[in-house]
Design a binder for this molecule. Structure first.
Ligand code: LMR
Length: 333
């Protein structure tokens, strides 16, 4: 009996560490650190799959852009063949080639907070946004949170007034045209750079500032090379969990439904990890005392909002006016 139990424990351990042979392998590629909301959710997803689908599917997680950056991973996913599949959760801002509708998530001041985002993500409207992906080789599995973004800058003074404080300043952004338009509307100059290059670009003064969530500012040490953080909460950063459609389609139905169930659990967990990181990482940055955190006054934030309003008008045609209207209706604007 004891021997049987020991064998069971060893087997479970082997399954969890992925050493037992499995029929299908999934490589989970992402660009952030393992202890960020996405890093934790990816590991949670992998652990559940390795336990519940032991012998059938094995998931290996590759953090910190070890395997691919976000633009490359989506190409690799479309080309992947056979029983080894790729999963990734790039930020929603990186999907413009696949779905113009998803640009809605990048619009400045659309969401008043994470609960607004959840209203949209939990509504059937998101199916309209993910449908185009399927025609381009990607299957959408779920929306994972990170959080609302803040702005940081190096120099003598924080970002408060637009366009005066943004003028002549360069900001690292993700590969999103909406972000580029937003920076311009605030008075600054956008510079698209992969996440992996952001810290060095900030440190060497290639760019002056950036916008990101507390967990990304903390985990990639942006706060060490920036002087000020303005708590703008101007827009959202979240992820779309995607898998290669060819790989998904060769999986037996029972495996697919177990993976869908696990994804649902991981999505809930991702929300919890994100909410915790948002609070904890902000505290850690405050305690480190390197970048000074400033709140915007109601008037300052209102002026950012009005400066960026034209961005929605600029992208309304690409996103689709009826969809935009439905989203505003859902959010009660
Ligand atoms: C970024 O490029 O700033 C983010 O998309 C990184 C991430 O995955 O959170």
């Amino acid at each position: 009996m004891n021997m049987l139990r020991t064998a069971g424990i060893i087997l479970t351990g082997l399954c969890l560490s992925g050493l037992v042979h499995a029929e299908y392998t999934i490589k989970f590629s992402h660009v952030v650190s393992p202890h960020t909301p996405k890093g934790q959710a990816a590991q949670f997803f992998a652990d559940l799959v390795n336990e519940r689908l032991a012998g059938k599917v094995k998931v290996e997680v590759f953090p910190n852009s070890q395997l691919y950056n976000d633009d490359k991973v989506m190409e690799a996913m479309r080309l992947s063949k056979g029983k080894t599949g790729l999963i990734a959760a790039p930020s929603l801002s990186k999907f413009v080639k696949f779905s113009r509708q998803l640009q809605i998530f990048d619009l400045p001041f659309l969401f008043d907070g994470i609960s607004d985002v959840h209203k949209l993500v939990d509504s059937p409207l998101v199916q309209t946004m993910t449908a185009p992906l399927e025609r381009k080789g990607l299957k959408a599995l779920g929306f994972w949170d990170n959080g609302m973004k803040v702005f940081s800058i190096k120099g003598n003074q924080p970002l408060r007034n637009t366009p005066a404080d943004f003028k002549g300043k360069k900001f690292r952004i993700q590969s999103s045209n909406v972000h580029a338009a937003m920076i311009k509307s605030l008075g600054g100059t956008p510079q698209k750079l992969p996440f992996k290059e952001a810290y060095t670009a900030l440190g060497q003064g290639v760019v002056d500032g950036q916008e990101n969530t507390w967990s990304n500012v903390y985990s990639k040490k942006f706060f060490e090379v920036q002087d000020w953080i303005s708590v703008s909460n101007h827009s959202y950063l979240g992820y779309l969990l995607v898998v290669s459609a060819d790989f998904w389609n060769i999986l037996p139905a029972d495996i697919r439904s177990e993976l869908e169930a696990i994804t649902k659990e991981a999505t809930q967990k991702a929300r919890q990890f994100a909410a915790e990181a948002d609070q904890n990482d902000r505290k850690k940055i405050t305690l480190a005392g390197k970048a000074k955190i400033i709140a915007l006054t109601v008037e300052e934030r209102a002026s950012w909002r009005s400066a960026t309003q034209k961005v929605e008008r600029e992208f309304a045609g690409q996103i689709g006016k009826p969809l935009l209207q439905q989203v505003h209706q859902l959010l009660g604007h």
